[in-house]
Design a protein around this ligand. Structure first.
Ligand code: ZN
Length: 191
C-alpha cells in the first residue's frame, strides 16, 4: 500500500476506489493525487482521499527537532529531505517529507550568500519553526545546536572535517563555509 504520494502520483484504479478529497481521475481511469500527502482509503464509501501530512501526528509540533539532508538550494530557500523518526516525545511522519529553510532563518546574522551556508548532500539538524497547511514545514537553524552535522566534499566525496568555523577536505585541501552545528562530525542523534 502506498503511504506517501506526490502530486500526480498514481494511487489506484478508479474501479478500486473513487477519488475523494485531494485526488482525481485521469483519462486512463487511474486515481492520482492532487497534493503531497498520505492516501486514506475508505472501504465503506469506496473512496480514497489524500491529506497533507502537516496534519499528521508529530509533524505539526512547532519547536521539534528534525534531521534531514539538503537536496536543493535556491536563492532564498534550502530544501531538506526530512528523515522519519520517532522518539518518546516526537513522531515525524511520513517518509518523504520536505522542509524548507528560508535564508532569514539560517542564522541570527544576516546571510548574504546562501551557498556559503549549506551544500547539497549536507546532513542537517533543524527546528520546526512554523507549519502552514499545504506548505512545506518551515525550519530554522538559528542557534548553535542547529545546522550542518555532516558534510562531504563536492569534489571527491571525502567527509569534511571541522577547522574552526569552517569545514576542510583532508584530501583536496579545499575549505568550505557552512552554518555548522556545535557538534559537527560527531552529532548527538535522537533517542
Ligand atoms: Zn575534497
Amino acid at each position: 500500500m502506498v503511504d506517501f504520494v506526490l502530486p500526480g502520483d498514481k494511487i489506484c484504479e478508479a474501479e478500486e476506489y473513487l477519488p475523494g478529497r485531494g485526488a482525481y481521475v485521469d483519462e486512463e481511469g487511474s486515481v492520482r493525487s492532487k497534493i503531497s500527502g498520505t492516501p486514506r482509503f475508505n472501504s465503506a464509501e469506496r473512496t480514497v482521499s489524500v491529506s497533507f501530512p502537516g496534519r499528521a501526528p508529530g509533524i505539526n509540533v512547532v519547536g521539534s527537532v528534525v534531521y534531514g539532508r539538503v537536496f536543493q538550494i535556491l536563492s532564498q530557500i534550502v530544501l531538506v529531505q526530512l528523515f522519519p523518526y520517532k522518539t518518546r516525545r516526537f513522531r515525524l511522519v511520513p517518509p518523504g517529507m520536505i522542509g524548507a529553510i528560508h535564508i532569514s532563518d539560517i542564522r541570527r546574522e544576516f546571510v548574504e550568500d546562501i551557498w556559503g551556508e549549506f551544500g547539497v548532500g549536507d546532513w542537517v539538524r533543524a527546528r520546526i519553526k512554523r507549519v502552514v497547511k499545504r506548505f512545506y514545514p518551515q525550519l530554522s537553524t538559528v542557534g548553535k545546536e542547529y545546522g550542518v552535522i555532516k558534510a562531504y566534499c563536492p569534489h571527491d566525496r571525502t567527509p569534511l572535517v571541522r577547522r574552526g568555523a569552517m569545514l576542510y577536505c583532508p584530501r583536496c585541501k579545499r575549505t568550505f563555509k557552512r552554518k555548522i552545528a556545535f557538534d559537527y562530525g560527531d552529532p548527538r542523534l535522537p533517542r
